[in-house]
Design a protein around this ligand. Sequence first.
Ligand SMILES: [Zn+2]
Length: 250
Amino acid sequence: MLNDDDLNRYARQVIIPNFDEEGQEKLLFSKCLIIGAGGLGCPVALYASAAGFGHIEICDDDTIDLTNLNRQIAHKNNRIGFNKAENLVQECLKINPNITIKPNKKKFDKSSDISGFDLIFDCSDNQETKYTINLLSHLSKKTLISGSAVQMEGQLAIWKSGLNKDYPCYECVFPKTKELAPITNCRQAGIIGPITGLIGSMQVNEGIKEIALKNCNSRAGYLFLYDGLAQSLDKIKLTKNKKCPVCSIL
Ligand SMILES: [Zn+2]
């Protein structure tokens, strides 16, 4: 049962058809992990907190740098040098002090435990971490909502390979290769802040749908490509790679 404060705080979303109080209760009970507290992690954590995701952990070992501030909107000038996960938690609590949210200052790697979460948000900015998040999400049978952004383009996908063997995983679609990968990190290629803002917002939108909305078809199995120059969004149906080393485990 939602209390009076919850009914007021979430009033504008519980009136949405297929959401209602039952959806809000599901959100408040859910446990989500946000990996990365940067350009994507900031909007994901801020909107997830505001929407009432009840239990959130934010994982990032990095500290705030001046070059982050064009896009990592939760981090302010006077917090340069502070840990990103800790600072983002503090900013989220300013919006919604009624949720449980905590930082994890360790680097995300294969030893990370994701078993206690319902939903994983991949807001990381490098390929190696994305492969690790994909592997652990697959093995732990978690729904993974993955975002990435570079220059004026962004990508969004929902992965459920561990829950349903018909769905592809991240590595099915982006196989590891020995060839030199194109530059896809924002340190070298650049990034416009609104692109990370858009993709992060879309990640939370999908998270709300996955957890709270009734009669809502999951968008798992598709890759969404946003082009900020053309102002276009393409949807690509993904296929499973029968030789994928991750999917062949389960
Ligand atoms: Zn796979």
